[in-house]
Design a protein around this ligand. Structure first.
Ligand code: RB5
Length: 148
């Protein structure tokens, strides 16, 4: 699986740790984020990783800012994206199984690196269950289409 990762200036160190962690587990990771700690607009970072997911350049995305909130809002403005902010592994797993999330977000000022790795592991190892969830996810995408 190929994973795109994006971040703002608050999340450079955590992004690097997560990249190393994923690569050590055999994932290919594409870095779309900033590597500088000077101010970088989280909305642009989110847009870049989200567009890479929608284009199919990567299979899914991880987006990190200070809280995970701003970057997730930006990601969700790109058609086709279901980005979820998760601060613990349970929600990360369920966001894939039930909501078919295609971008995982979290906050570098919220979670430490060990917790972030657990969140990422649960998410990348989870599978969308479809079934009763499919109609609900389709409803979300219909709302998006109606509001383009
Ligand atoms: C940057 O200071 C901060 O606002 C950003 O990283 C993020 O937390 C926004 O939601």
């Amino acid at each position: 699986m190929k994973i795109g990762i994006g971040n703002d200036h608050t999340a450079v160190a955590l992004k690097n740790e997560i990249m190393k962690h994923l690569e050590s587990r055999g994932f290919e990771v594409v870095n779309y984020g900033t590597d500088e700690t000077t101010s970088f607009n989280y909305a642009l970072a989110g847009e870049t990783v989200a567009e890479a997911v929608v284009r199919g350049d990567v299979d899914c995305g991880i987006a990190i800012c200070g809280t995970g909130i701003g970057i997730s809002i930006a990601c969700n403005k790109v058609n086709g994206i279901r980005a979820c902010v998760c601060s613990e592994p349970f929600s990360a797993k369920l966001s894939k199984q039930h909501n078919n999330s295609n971008v995982l977000c979290f906050g570098a000022r919220v979670v430490g690196s060990e917790l972030a790795k657990m969140i990422v592991d649960e998410w990348v190892n989870a599978t969308y269950e479809g079934g009763r969830h499919a109609e609900r996810v389709q409803t979300i995408m219909d709302i998006e289409s109606k509001n383009c």
